[in-house]
Design a protein around this ligand. Structure first.
Ligand code: TXA
Ligand code: MG
Length: 345
């Protein structure tokens, strides 16, 4: 199939009446799938009420069908049809963080396609903040299911070029709205548990959630306990460049040691570092700096772009610095650990 490409300036007034947005919305209404930017990463949208559309999302991504999708809305009113009851804490979270990078797991009314929820009795819902995402959802008049717009297993896309690299020819259209802001996906919280539990760390931090609703739990699978994660997507290796990634603890000195070992074995080496340290690894073949260590939000913003850059090189092994596991650092370390498939040194 020929993938339509639209370039849209997200800062104009009344986006939803723009011809590109209207064309994308009509394709969604016709149960085609279209990629668009959100404030976290690009999403691959489809009509959440249609089995046909959802099947196309899974096929385009090569995604396992037991991994449910997040439904995106543009108004709180849409929840009436999608979820059967909000508790007080969920309401507080919505007031504080929507639109924004927070996904709530809520009891489902069963109105969305059962392929969206992969047979679960709950549904994941979020209201994105990006003006283009909002406009497309509003113009379509539908709840829009949207996983990240990458081939399953690859790093999530933060530019339209990343989306096209993975999905050109496999989807009906891609809206190019520039680089996304946050850079890592939304935080997923289970609002059906007491206390409310984080299933996937992301754009909204645990600290931010706790400031609004008090105690927040974490899925034990996140803290390294050997349990099946409650969020099915979290069990897969993800966000991974082609070469194996190792997270190295012990700072630059330790990375220089393991680089030396790899060089002795004649391996082409890559290092994932930060602006502050990027000149410190002359023995590596390829060095990528992802943001400033002193500004962890900038690391989140550049992380997937940085992971993808290794795929344009011939490196055979990648060593990554590690980051403090707090604030947005929890999301950074979660994604890096997935990219590394758990390999640490
Ligand atoms: O920022 C984001 O959340 C992006 C943008 C496009 O909105 N979307 C995204 O979707 O990251 P995806 O499909 O890549 O990740 C969805 C995650 C998966 O880990 C999935 O297992 C989990 O949400 N999930 C969806 N429905 C669930 C449910 N009912 N119960 C538990 N986890 C669920
Ligand atoms: Mg994803």
């Amino acid at each position: 199939m020929v993938t339509k490409k639209w370039k849209v300036d997200k800062f104009v007034d009344n986006l939803k009446s723009y011809p590109q947005i209207r064309e994308a919305a009509s394709l969604l209404k016709a149960n085609e799938v279209v990629a668009f930017p959100t404030e976290t990463v690009y999403g691959l949208g489809g009509n959440a009420l249609s089995d046909e559309a959802i099947k196309k999302i899974y096929e385009a991504k090569g995604r396992p069908s037991d991994n449910p999708l997040i439904v995106h809305v543009s108004s709180v009113k849409q929840l009436d049809d999608l979820c059967s009851g909000l508790n007080e804490q969920a309401e507080e979270l919505i007031k504080a963080f929507w639109p924004g990078p927070l996904t709530l797991i809520l009891p489902s009314t069963g109105h969305v396609s059962e392929k969206v929820t992969a047979g679960l009795s709950t549904v994941a819902i979020r209201m994105p903040e990006d003006p283009i995402a909002k406009a497309v959802i509003e113009a379509s008049g539908l709840p829009i299911a949207a996983p990240s717009a990458n081939l399953s297993g690859r790093p999530s896309p933060t530019t339209a070029a990343h989306v096209l690299r993975d999905l050109d020819g496999r989807v009906a259209g891609v809206i190019d709205g520039g680089e996304t802001g946050v850079g890592v996906e939304s935080t997923v919280v289970d609002c059906t548990s007491k206390p409310i539990t984080i299933l996937r760390p992301g754009g909204i931090t645990k600290e931010q959630l706790e400031a609004v609703i008090g105690e927040v739990g974490e899925d034990p699978a996140l803290t390294g306990q050997d349990k099946a994660p409650k969020s099915p997507g979290m069990k897969y290796r993800h966000y991974a460049p082609a070469a194996p990634v190792y997270i190295v603890h012990g700072g630059m000195e330790r990375i220089k040691e393991v680089l030396q070992q790899a060089n002795n074995e004649n391996k082409k080496t890559g290092v994932l570092t930060t602006d502050e340290n990027k000149d410190g690894y002359p023995e590596a073949d390829f060095v990528v700096a992802c943001g400033r260590r002193s500004v962890p939000e900038s690391v989140a913003h550049h992380l997937y772009q940085a992971l993808r850059e290794f795929d344009d090189t011939d490196v055979e092994i990648i060593f990554s610095e590690s980051f403090p596991n707090e604030g947005i650092g929890a999301a950074i370390m979660n994604r890096l650990t997935k990219a590394a498939g758990g390999r640490e040194l």
